[in-house]
Design a binder for this molecule. Sequence first.
Ligand code: SF4
Length: 354
Amino acid sequence: MHAPRPTPVEIPDGSVITAKVPPLGPSDRDALFARAKKLLAEKDAVLVAHFYTDADLQLLADESGGYVSDSLEMARFGREHPASTVIVAGVRFMGETAKILSPEKRVFMPDLDATCSLDEGCPAEDFISFCDAHPDRTVVVYANTSAAVKARADWVVTSGIALDIVEHLTAQGESILWAPDRYLGGYIEEMTGADMLLWQGSCVVHEGFKASELEELRAEHPDAAVLVHPESPADVVAQADVVGSTSALIKAVKDLDSEKFIVATDRGIFHKMREAAPGKMLMTAPNAGFGATCESCAHCPWMAMNGLQNLVRVLETEENEIFIEEPTRKRAVLSLNRMLDFARQRDRKVRGNA
Ligand code: SF4
């Protein structure tokens, strides 16, 4: 089955990307859902999906024994699951991370053009020159980077563990070179007081959240709690009741007493938030200003390139496999494993103190 290619559209930074997979009618949707489920079982494949992907993919991952999570947990789940094939519904660096951690498995993605503005904004060659110019700094990179950038790093971090790792490094007297997200880097710098040199990348979705419009929305809904992902600008983060990773924001919807939330992250996350706290009211934080027409408003255009259509096509054709050169993979796995080991020790300590 070959779904038609989506139409290219303009996004705020001016680059042309591909619009979301065309919507499906209910009977096509049900047929594709059932076909995908059957193919996953036949091909000994497991589906891991990111919180920002289409709700049908998240439902399929859950129903077929797969997993829906953030990028790190997706890769960790893929590594530990016995299936010989991992299908990653998300963006390119997530597929690469799964392959770095599971070189013996075949890893596929519905669309290999699904990338990320952070990854795109940090080309390996330029980044390596930047690191070489600052040899005295410990190189810490966010998970949203290519395998080649991870291979040059000392540490890979996710938004859920970045603060703890930077605090740990600062306590050892290390100064840091951080890439690629300048907003997340700035937030960590402010929270930890660390000495950080920041690469100037940004996420097209989170950078679009607007502080003044958020203030107006809060004034209209004074009873709403504000949840913000730290890839957002500082003046948006400053208005948050909770700042955190995708997993932390889902937990906040469940745990907080509030019945109403303004959410400054990709609206794909609403699927899991609704599952976690049915009946609570969720609003997206204003993005790109009131009245703006914006194809990617609060929804990542690359995440939207994943759908049931191209998932089924990949399972049928075995196209879109991820390959990484072994020398790059071997270096990248060191910086990823450093984070995983740190997370294990931290979690053990927390359990010990409980
Ligand atoms: S939401 Fe932002 S950080 Fe996440 S994949 Fe899309 S562009 Fe990258």
